[in-house]
Design a protein around this ligand. Structure first.
Ligand SMILES: C[S@@+](CC[C@H](N)C(=O)[O-])C[C@H]1O[C@@H](n2cnc3c(N)ncnc32)[C@H](O)[C@@H]1O
Length: 507
């Protein structure tokens, strides 16, 4: 429903741009975000709390928060309630903004989600400064869980009253956009997330040093997307700034790596992504705290682009399906321990270091399922299968956790895979041993994890997601599998094996 509205918003953007002069818009830094960018931005938010409070400062017609609302409520773990606070000072665009808010309201209502939207036709800077000044007394519920912004871009005249006010609050920056980002992050709760599209000028240079220091101190920088072409992000609006999009989470812990992706323009599906160690993005000991985005140089880092693998599940002749045994529907067929005529039933608890370890005597999950006429459609023939968990915990190191079902370790002609798992197969049957091991190794690599996070902000790993990932060829997978023997190596070794396979392609 809102997807349709996205087209409407793009239409509004065009007609609004047509009806106003570029010079006037430039004067107030008004360049509205194309819906495709808004969608890409909102996908960067990780699944968060049940009660969502979104801040959109300088909201224009509201494309950013509307897309954010749509993205959050289309996820499996949807919020219970959403509140939007949108600041906008241009009265000519307010009717569009009101309309967008109404649309969000009715969309949420149709999904049974509580929605509350407020438009503040006030200067965001003054309002936020007042809040931040009194932040010690700010009720926890008043902080935001999400901030999404495409702020106005404009040089700040240091002689104005606003500039002095900012200075007194410790905010010293050269451009309005950095003030908006700074104040927005200050209004986030701990664990709150920001996604912003701004010029990349803050990444270096003395005028943004204080901003960088505050940003990198308060926020954990997770992701940066770079537009390769200067003109393409806001192509039709003649914006010559070099823009970047970034996602960061409020909290003191620094990430191990930052995902850096690059696209020429709006061709996000072709974007290449690198997991660059944090220390290469912000050099330790660099008092200027430059944010390094030179991805060409970072090509030599251990993390390689997943796009060096060009095969797909279809080309490999493989499929991935969800485990057929829904345990609560097959209750009468399940056994804690296998008896004569029973076969293994595999759950996520049977994952152990990249292989299936069965049975597990923890007592929490049944280990077996009867093998008879009633269960025959739920079972598959014994063979090498690659299993992945469908649900991952947030704190888990990787989203995709893969393990090999090795028939030589479990003596049974059939096996049942429970519905909390996905399994890779070849026409319903097992895979060659090395192919299966290579596939599990690849799926357990950091580059696949980074790639996956690019498209999925939630912790669930669906079969449809797994179908979208690029894969190595059969030969490459077999080579990867042959290199691991009977145990899955540790993360560092997995990544180095995959990297080696990737770099052998460059030669
Ligand atoms: C670059 S536009 C982006 C609009 C919208 N966020 C989007 O992505 O399409 C920035 C918006 O901020 C508004 N704005 C400028 N200064 C503002 C201020 N001090 N307080 C609130 N809004 C402001 C402008 O009118 C403009 O609509």
């Amino acid at each position: 429903m809102i997807t349709q509205y996205m087209h409407t918003l793009d239409h509004i953007r065009k007609s609004f741009n047509g009806a106003t002069s570029r010079a006037d818009r430039s004067e107030i830094g008004q360049f509205l975000t194309p819906a495709a960018i808004a969608k890409f931005m909102s996908a960067m938010f990780e699944t968060g709390p049940q009660r969502v409070r979104i801040l959109d400062p300088g909201a224009g017609a509201g494309v950013l928060f509307a897309t954010c609302v749509e993205t959050l409520i289309s996820r499996t773990e949807r919020p219970q309630s959403i509140e939007v606070v949108a600041y906008e000072t241009d009265s000519t665009i307010l009717p569009y903004l009101e309309d967008t808010l109404r649309k969000c309201h009715s969309f949420c209502a149709s999904k049974g989600i509580e929605f509350h939207g407020t438009i503040k036709a006030d200067d965001f800077i003054s309002a936020a400064l007042a809040e931040v000044d009194g932040s010690l007394f700010l009720a926890p519920g008043k902080r935001f869980t999400h901030a999404v912004l495409n702020p106005p871009y404009k040089k700040i005249n240091s002689k104005t009253a606003m500039s002095r006010k900012l200075y007194l609050s410790g905010i010293e920056v050269a451009n309005l956009y950095a003030v908006f980002v700074w104040l927005s992050m200050s209004l986030l709760e701990r664990g709150g997330q920001i996604v912003a599209i701004t010029p990349r000028s803050f990444c270096n240079g003395p005028y943004f040093k204080k901003f960088r220091a505050a940003f990198l101190r308060m926020m954990s920088l997770k992701r940066i997307h770079i537009f390769e072409s200067r003109k393409k992000a806001f192509g039709d609006d003649n914006v010559l700034q070099e823009n970047v999009i970034y996602h960061a989470v409020r909290g003191l812990q620094k990430p191990k790596s930052v995902s850096i992706s690059v696209s020429e323009g709006l061709d996000f599906d072709k974007a290449s992504i690198l997991a660059v160690p944090y220390s290469q993005v912000v050099h330790p000991g660099d008092t200027d705290m430059f944010v390094h985005l030179d991805v060409k140089k970072t090509d030599t880092t251990p993390s390689k682009q997943v796009k060096c693998f060009t095969s797909s599940l279809g080309k490999l002749g493989l499929s991935v399906s969800t485990g057929r045994v829904v345990d609560f529907r097959a209750r009468e067929h399940l056994k804690q321990s296998p008896q004569q005529g029973d076969v293994p039933l595999i759950y996520p608890c049977h994952f152990a270091n990249g292989f299936i370890n069965w049975p597990v005597e923890s007592g929490k999950k049944p280990n077996a399922i009867t093998s008879d006429a009633e269960t025959s459609t739920l079972l598959v023939e014994a063979g090498f299968y690659v299993l992945t968990k469908r649900f991952s915990a947030k704190e888990q190191q990787r989203r995709i956790m893969a393990a090999v079902y090795d028939p030589a370790r479990i003596n049974s002609p059939y096996v049942g895979f429970e519905n909390h798992l996905n399994y890779y197969h070849q026409n319903g049957k097992g895979l060659p041993a090395d192919l299966a091991k290579g596939l599990a190794l690849y799926l357990n690599s950091t580059i696949v994890d980074q790639y996956f996070r690019l498209f999925s902000g939630h912790t669930q790993v669906n079969a449809t997601d797994l179908r979208k990932i690029p894969y190595p060829t059969r030969e490459q997978l077999t080579r990867l599998g042959a290199s691991i023997g009977e145990t899955m190596p540790d993360q560092e070794a997995i990544d180095s094996i995959v990297e080696k396979e990737c770099s052998s392609l460059d030669k």
